[in-house]
Design a protein around this ligand. Structure first.
Ligand SMILES: Cc1cc2nc3c(=O)[nH]c(=O)nc-3n(C[C@H](O)[C@H](O)[C@H](O)COP(=O)(O)OP(=O)(O)OC[C@H]3O[C@@H](n4cnc5c(N)ncnc54)[C@H](O)[C@@H]3O)c2cc1C
Length: 690
């Protein structure tokens, strides 16, 4: 390991001379003697830990560092949304989160005389609610999972700089981070010692004051809100014989958001008002911990005064866990990567905490990026298509989320739209209508749960370039390329075991081809109940396209879903994915395979302990046959569900699902040739190797 005490990278960047070129060569030689990894993740917050876990799961060699020696004792984020829980299912962390989280299944907007109840029972996910778990506990769970891959967070190690080894002579001062290996300059914060590390990619998950973003010279576009906000995490008591109404937005002046956390605490957030007697936030810090006992007492008193009259069931607030005065920013970078250096989480976007989107969005960034890096490094996918798609997909989502949380914050907290006339007149009129409208509730809760976010309409190079004629498309209403793949219960033909579609499509590492229906020529199988016979028949349909089948099988797993043929097994075995000792979660149990951590639908080619980024020998993946007994999967895909088993069943169509659970491509027939045309540019090396 090479240690040094001076940072030579700054000097290299600013010279651009022949001498610098010599030094660059020398630097390159030194770098080649230093530590090497494929990916350096900078920052061990929830986003950095997710990026590390996902990269490791996709077979990449990854190192994670954090400049902080200890973990932050406070928990900024609490709410984990349904879409994130679906990602956690794929990552294998959902059972641990379910075990520890408190599920908020209804959110109330409480006015003087009426209440609107946002019920998450309407959302199209098995995770029906917001799962309240402190950020600290979530980080512990994620860290325990990266340990399973033999990875430890290197704490007390700060990223100072990085430079590309092959081209260090950029005199403009712009970081030179194209496609070659990079040398990262790291500092031990205890000893001050510096060392070099060679890596191919850097993922900057280093929070809102991101060093990586600054090194890339990317502006953080946006502004702070004018108002200061108050936060209080506090224990509470309820009056005898009364029931606490739960997480709510309390209308009034000011509006107060209150959430039940996972440990018997309530969190209150409201804007700081003039005359509160509470000082302004420190401008240089996003969250100022209130260490001054008098100010902490003033914040407690302020919320007691505001809340106890509006929540008559509450007897009192006591034992403050955390009080804070903070300034909210709304900012986003103009692009999420420069060459092989990527930004994720708060390093790329920060929003108002209302709606609880920040941590969730950051986790989705990491999941979106990791499979693409895995596909490039492990499967030889084209980096020119896969890597730019990260920015093309995630930047628009970041901007949408910023706009959504901004309007939520402006209308409820800052502009006071929901005060005065709007609160007194409009809200009482609108609330009965809202409470009765399942459609409105589904739209609101699905947006909050992030399930309705789509990459449709983004400039992603992964969206099919040529639109198919309507006659070649699946029926109207089925998911389109860029949409999240819907979930639903399925039964395995071979064993009769119950499972869920998400377990089938997201537990593996590659694309999954969902083959619905039975194409022409399978009518003769009417009434056949033996799953293996059906499987054989499906294969026989593929045989004429043997070349396509042979070429596709190395990059795609095939799953046939039938509405027509019953499982071979009469008695369906329920899979208890979390083991007998775990408790079931009342709001996430409608799949019969709740949690799903232990369910392996197909073999995972990565040996967890020993993967370490070595190229894995990929096994051909067999066709898996599933029975859609309830018809809910077919319905979610917009297919005909009127036919019962033994009738004509679903129309034949294909959906290619990406490893992150989004539809990549679809066709209204078993068009394997069309699928090859879509996949060939993505995996040029994979096809040549065959
Ligand atoms: C009051 C409040 C409530 C919130 N509630 C929610 C919620 O309910 N749901 C939600 O989704 N979001 C919520 N958020 C937002 C959420 O907290 C953040 O989006 C989330 O913490 C971002 O995680 P991150 O991993 O990107 O960054 P961070 O958690 O900030 O982690 C960054 C890490 O990088 C390290 N680091 C920094 N620089 C370097 C360097 N040079 N070298 C090495 N390491 C470095 C830091 O030490 C730190 O550990 C809330 C935010 C606030 C303020």
């Amino acid at each position: 390991m090479f240690h040094r005490n001076s940072n030579r990278f700054g000097r290299l960047r600013s010279s651009g001379s022949a001498a610098a070129a010599d030094t660059a060569t020398e630097e390159h030689e030194i770098a080649s003697a230093s530590e090497k990894v494929t990916i350096l993740v900078c920052g061990a917050g929830p986003v950095g830990l997710t990026a590390t876990l996902e990269c490791a799961r996709h077979g990449l060699q990854v190192k994670i560092i954090d400049k902080s020696l200890t973990k932050d004792p406070h928990s900024k984020a609490f709410g984990i949304h349904a879409l994130t829980m679906e990602k956690f299912l794929a990552m294998g962390v959902a059972p641990a989160v379910l075990e520890q989280a408190h599920c908020v299944d209804r959110l109330r907007i409480r006015g003087d005389f009426t209440t609107v109840v946002e019920d998450f029972c309407h959302i199209p996910s098995r995770f029906k609610g917001v799962f309240m778990l402190s950020q600290r506990k979530l980080e512990d769970i994620l860290e325990a999972h990266i340990h399973m891959y033999g990875i430890e967070v290197e704490r007390g190690v700060e990223l100072l700089d990085f430079v590309q080894a092959e081209d260090q002579s950029d005199a403009s001062g712009t970081p030179s981070v194209g496609k070659g290996p990079m040398t990262a300059n790291l500092r031990d914060v205890k000893t001050g010692e510096e060392r070099n590390l060679t890596c191919k990619y850097v993922i900057g998950c280093d929070g809102c004051h991101s060093r990586v973003r600054k090194l890339l010279k990317l502006p953080f576009l946006g502004a702070p809100y004018e108002e200061d906000f108050l936060l209080l995490d506090v224990h509470f008591s309820v009056k005898p014989g009364q029931r606490f109404q739960g997480s709510s937005v309390l209308l009034g002046d000011p509006v107060i958001a209150l959430f039940e956390l996972d440990c018997g605490l309530l969190r209150f957030i409201s804007k700081r008002c003039a005359g509160d007697g509470i000082p302004a936030s420190q401008d240089d810090k996003r969250i100022a911990d209130v260490e001054n006992a008098a100010v902490e007492a003033a914040i407690l008193k302020r919320f007691q005064d505001l809340v106890l009259s509006r929540c008559p069931e509450l007897a009192g607030l006591h034992d403050v866990k955390w009080a804070s005065i903070f300034r909210i920013h709304r900012r986003v970078v103009p692009q999420y990567n420069v060459g092989h250096v990527f930004l994720a989480g708060d390093a790329a976007h920060i929003h108002s905490p209302l709606g609880g989107q920040g941590l969730n969005t950051g986790i989705h960034d990491a999941v979106n990026l990791a499979w693409k890096l895995g596909a490039v490094e492990r499967l030889g996918a084209d980096p020119g298509i896969l890597l730019p798609s990260y920015n093309a997909e995630r930047h628009p989502v970041g901007e949408q989320t910023l706009a959504w949380t901004d309007s939520l914050t402006s209308y409820t907290m800052t502009r006071g739209f929901l005060s005065g006339v709007a609160q007194k007149v409009l809200f009482p009129i609108a609330s009965p209508l809202l409470n009765r409208s399942t459609w409105a509730m589904k739209a609101i809760t699905s947006r909050m749960s992030m399930l309705s976010l789509s990459y449709r309409g983004t400039p992603s190079p992964l969206l099919p370039s040529a639109a198919l004629p309507a006659s070649s498309l699946p029926p109207i209403g089925s998911p389109q390329p860029g949409d999240r793949v819907p979930d639903g219960p399925l039964v395995r033909f071979s064993s009769g075991a119950a499972t869920g579609l998400l377990e089938v499509v997201c537990r593996g590492l590659d694309h999954t081809l969902l083959m619905f229906g039975e194409p022409e020529g399978m009518e003769g199988l009417e009434g056949v109940e033996d799953g293996l016979t059906v499987e054989k028949a499906v294969r026989s349909k593929l045989d004429p396209e043997v070349e396509a089948w042979r070429r596709l099988r190395d990059m795609v797993s095939f799953v046939h879903i039938s509405r027509r043929f019953r499982s071979a097994s009469k008695s369906v075995t329920k899979v208890d994915a979390r083991g007998s000792s775990s408790r079931s979660h009342p709001r996430s149990s409608d799949q019969g395979s709740n949690g799903g951590a232990q369910v392996r639908e197909r073999s995972d080619p990565i040996d967890k302990k020993s993967s370490g980024g070595r190229h894995q020998v990929r096994q051909p993946v067999a066709l898996t046959s599933m029975y859609d007994e309830s018809g809910r999967v077919s319905e979610a895909f917009g297919l005909n569900t009127s036919g019962q088993s033994g009738s004509r069943g679903n129309p034949a169509c294909l959906f290619l699902v990406r490893p992150d659970g989004y539809v990549g491509w679809r066709a209204g027939d078993w068009d394997l040739g069309g699928l090859l045309t879509y996949l060939e540019p993505l995996y040029p090396r994979g096809l040549c190797d065959l």
